[in-house]
Design a protein around this ligand. Structure first.
Ligand SMILES: *Cc1c(COP(=O)(O)O)cnc(C)c1O
Length: 425
């Protein structure tokens, strides 16, 4: 496969950016080799700087549920931007996107738009602390919540631990307020409430953990978290930056029918533009400035061009059978990949999200159950897939996404590409 242009671009990028990238996983460190520089995308396909064409299952890490350069999104963006790209004043488009979301999502009553998933989560944590007057937060090993200080924390070795920072530059004082426990572990959560009575402001979880493999939880476990939070006057935050508008319009809250206290969104909500959001009941949201005393602001928050993209994309998501069609295509792909295979792997899936793991296990429900050693197989598979025209997130811990734009022909080609790629293992 020709990649001299990507090599050249990456060499140049290394002069400008740390590691040659503006977000670490793009550097291909976990699969090795040179990142593919993308020139353009249309529908389910992307083309790289050397002219190679790929069927894309990365979808910009999830936002592009309609595929690349969707005409409805582009038309709406173009029309909007001709009237100016930012005002720092309210616009009718913010109302429109909010109304679209709140009309069809009974799990939140008010929303605030921000510019990224990280910002949404950071703000939600501040809201939980401000609302409860408590300081500590509880998170799970194997969930990702963006790169704000108090969430860049990984578990230590005990049942209930104050984590170790997973990044230099995060002060110990911050980490000391973040409790980290394993997913799918009731005892650890109960123990945390025993050790820190009336101190835990919130539990934050990806209800569909999809940033470290796909660590699907039982509904009963999510319900347990709901109940223990209610009992302890702790807020439950669902971080739905991936799952929101992905597994159904109301995200994991709707999928499991469990009502958290605060929900965060990102990715799909912006139609490929930088948008995040957090929402809750009217009462909890009344703590946010200027109504309440929890401060949160943004120069480009509710940006009209981004709102227009979000409106166009979410309007499409509301079409009848939109989510069942996505799920059906995903099932066809998975069936084609797993039926009659002689290789030792599983594909875990929910809706249009899927994750391939080299494992014998029937379920993988927490980070510790992932076999790190198996990633050596993924590396080989990854490059063989690229050579056969399939692009996905460059790490064995990343999930794949089906979009509306993927066709049955794409899926058949993908199955053939996997067959060829597996032959390299
Ligand atoms: C992507 C993601 C984030 C961070 O969002 P950014 O837009 O990258 O800042 C936070 N939480 C979850 C669950 C995510 O998947």
């Amino acid at each position: 496969m020709q990649n001299s242009e990507s090599v050249k671009l990456f060499d140049k990028a290394k002069q400008f950016f740390p590691g040659g990238v503006n977000s670490p996983v793009r550097a291909f460190r976990s699969v090795g080799g040179t990142p593919v520089f993308i020139d353009k995308g249309k529908g389910s396909h992307v083309w790289d700087a050397d002219g190679n064409e790929y069927i894309d299952y990365c979808a910009s890490w999830g936002p592009l549920i309609l595929g690349h350069a969707n005409d409805k999104v582009l038309n709406s963006v173009e029309k909007t931007m001709r009237n100016g790209t930012s005002f720092g004043a309210p616009t009718r488009l913010e109302n429109e996107l909010a109304e679209l979301i709140l009309t069809f999502n009974s799990y939140i009553e008010k929303i605030r738009f921000v510019s990224s998933g990280t910002e949404a989560v950071m703000s939600a944590i501040r809201l939980a602390r401000g609302y409860t007057g408590r300081t500590k937060i509880l998170k799970f090993e194997g969930c990702y919540h963006g790169h704000s200080d108090s969430l860049l924390v990984k578990a230590g070795s005990g049942l209930v631990t104050f984590g170790n920072t997973s990044s230099a530059g995060v002060p110990e004082s911050v980490v000391n307020d973040t409790i980290v426990v394993s997913l799918n572990n009731k005892e650890a959560v109960e123990e945390a409430f025993k050790q820190f009575p009336d101190q835990i402001a919130c539990i934050i979880i990806e209800p569909i953990p999809a940033n470290n493999g796909l660590l699907l939880q039982d509904k009963a476990y999510l319900q347990f978290l709901r109940d223990i939070c209610t009992k302890n006057k702790t807020l439950l935050i669902f971080d739905e930056v991936i799952s929101g508008f992905r597994v159904c319009f109301c995200g994991a809250a709707g999928y499991y029918n469990i009502k958290p206290d605060i929900i965060t969104y990102g990715k799909i909500i912006g139609g490929g533009f930088p948008v995040g959001a957090y929402g809750a009941s009217k009462e909890i949201m009344s703590s946010i400035s200027p109504e309440g005393n929890v401060y949160q602001a943004g120069t480009l928050s509710g940006n009209p061009v981004a709102m227009a993209a979000g409106i166009a994309q979410l309007t499409e998501c509301l079409k009848p059978n939109f989510y069942s069609d996505l799920e059906h295509k995903t099932q066809v792909l998975i069936k084609g990949l797993t039926e009659n295979t002689k290789h030792n792997f599983k594909i875990f899936t929910v809706g249009s999200i899927f994750w391939l793991a080299f494992t014998d296990k029937e379920h993988i429900k927490c980070a510790e159950e992932i076999d790190a050693d198996s990633m050596k197989h993924f590396k080989i598979l990854y490059h063989a897939l690229l050579e056969n025209g399939v692009y996905s997130g460059p790490s064995g811990y990343e999930v794949g996404f089906m979009s509306e734009a993927h066709t049955m022909e794409d899926i058949e080609k993908t199955i053939v590409a996997f067959d060829k790629a597996f032959a390299k293992l």
